[in-house]
Design a protein around this ligand. Structure first.
Ligand code: IMP
Length: 430
């Protein structure tokens, strides 16, 4: 029996996971998503075209690969349909190689409404959710009220749907939320519900599977399986910067619960980090830059959310957070993305530890959200060189190689590859 390899983001998301999965996919037979939902936006660029995937695994553009949406994922049928139509326009018929777990939970229109209602009720302490209904749908899953993909085939599906919807409407009323004024993509709740129900029919054209058997069978047949993480380590519900997190386990352990594989079946753990750091939405970010350098990272790195279009907050790479991510996830190799964004920088910095109330620490404190954290920075001379056209890791500028070596030394994990442009071809393996 072969093992399942894992690929995940080690920061606050948007590390370029979609692109790295896409590059690695030729070596795999199956790509599986294990958590998250349409809050994710995995951007792939090839042949001069850009594709953003939200729920569908990034292996979908390789037609000979199987793709699985696991039990830990949330599906919003209308967003799913839009994605299916989007890739169909690019000539991909996903019905052939995309499988959906019967146990994956559905995001109802009223989950999306509840996301907006909860955020509104939080006022100034809002999370900055993508408002795709993630928190409320996972809440219903844990509270044992959720509706799963397989339930859509049951005769009492509509009844269960209505029951849950009524509950949500009552909760919204309690929160003083104006349901009549609420819109999703310009549609009222009733209008959106019609589109949502129609979209369920698209979802039903796909093969619903008992995904835990499906994936274990693949491993038994020695198929190579890649688990594709969404969001990232620092947004994990347990170990992220709670409550400014998403509502799922984004870490390696989430692969076990989100696909039904045993911990002993985990193989390589590939962690993705940008050469700097970004965060979208609210919450602590010790290395955030509020100056011209931060603005340059945002502009040069095109740091705008793939799902929401919001500008991302930018700062230096944060090694205490990265070491924490390597520890929690058992990262076996690192992939570093976007050093090219800093090609023109005179100086590039990395945060090697934190100073909190005059005390140095290498750990992520429990009080991450409430104390003042000053990053202790080490500076490196910028490499001041275009990277485009470089085709080998060893030919990268020496100063950049020194910067990368420092990341390896600080984390104790070797770098497997560096990505120097959005294009598939520009991933240089070491
Ligand atoms: P939610 O998961 O949509 O409720 O959002 C919770 C927090 O996670 C917010 O700060 C979002 O900006 C952030 N978030 C959720 N999904 C992603 C992602 O795929 N990339 C980056 N940030 C995300």
């Amino acid at each position: 029996m072969t093992k399942i390899d894992v690929l995940l983001g080690l920061q606050w998301g948007d590390e370029g996971k979609g692109k790295i999965v896409d590059v690695l996919t030729p070596a795999y037979d199956v790509v599986a998503r294990f958590q998250g939902g349409p809050n994710a936006g995995h951007t792939l660029e090839f042949n001069g075209m850009k594709h953003v995937l939200h729920i569908i695994p990034s292996g979908i553009f390789h037609q000979d690969k199987l793709n699985l949406i696991g039990n830990g994922v949330l599906i919003e049928p209308r967003i799913f349909r839009q994605e299916i139509e989007g890739i169909a326009e690019k000539g991909v018929d996903a019905t052939k190689n995309l499988f959906v777990s019967k146990k994956a939970h559905l995001i109802l229109p009223t989950h999306r409404m509840m996301d907006a209602a909860n955020e509104q009720a939080k006022g100034n302490s809002k999370i900055g959710s993508t408002l795709k209904g993630i928190g409320p749908a996972y809440t219903d899953k844990i509270a044992r009220n959720g509706i799963r993909v397989g339930d859509t085939l049951a005769s009492d599906f509509r009844e269960r749907y209505e029951l849950l919807k009524v509950q949500h409407l009552r909760m919204a009323q309690t929160l003083g939320f104006d349901v009549a004024a609420f819109r999703i993509d310009g549609m009222t709740l009733d209008e959106y519900e019609n589109v949502w129900m129609e979209s369920l029919e698209t979802l039903k054209r796909f093969r619903f599977v008992n995904s835990e058997y499906f994936i274990n069978q693949c491993l038994r047949e020695d198929k190579k399986v890649l688990a594709e993480g969404a969001q990232a380590m620092m947004l994990d519900i347990d170990f992220g910067t709670y409550p400014f997190v998403t509502s799922s386990n984004t870490i390696t352990a989430g692969v076990c619960t989100g696909l039904g594989v045993a911990p002993t079946a985990i193989g390589k753990v590939m962690g993705i980090t940008k050469a700097y750091c970004t965060r979208v939405g609210a919450g602590p970010f010790p290395t955030e830059l509020f100056d011209e350098t931060g603005r340059r990272l945002c502009e040069l790195g095109h740091e705008y959310g793939a799902t929401t279009g919001r500008p991302r907050r930018c700062g230096w790479i944060d090694l205490p957070a990265l070491r924490y991510a390597c520890m929690i996830n058992g990262v076996t190799e690192l992939y570093v993305t976007k050093p090219d964004v800093m090609n023109d920088f005179d100086t590039v910095c990395m945060c090697t530890s934190y100073e909190i109330e005059g005390r140095r620490t290498d750990e992520i404190p429990f009080e991450y959200n409430t104390v003042q954290i000053d990053p202790v920075l080490t500076s490196f001379e910028g490499w001041k060189q275009e990277l485009q056209g470089i085709t080998e890791y060893g030919k990268l500028p020496e100063k950049l190689q020194r910067y990368l070596a420092a990341i390896e030394e600080q984390t104790g994990v070797r770098i497997a590859a560096v990505s120097i442009s959005p294009d598939r071809k520009d991933v240089l393996f070491k």
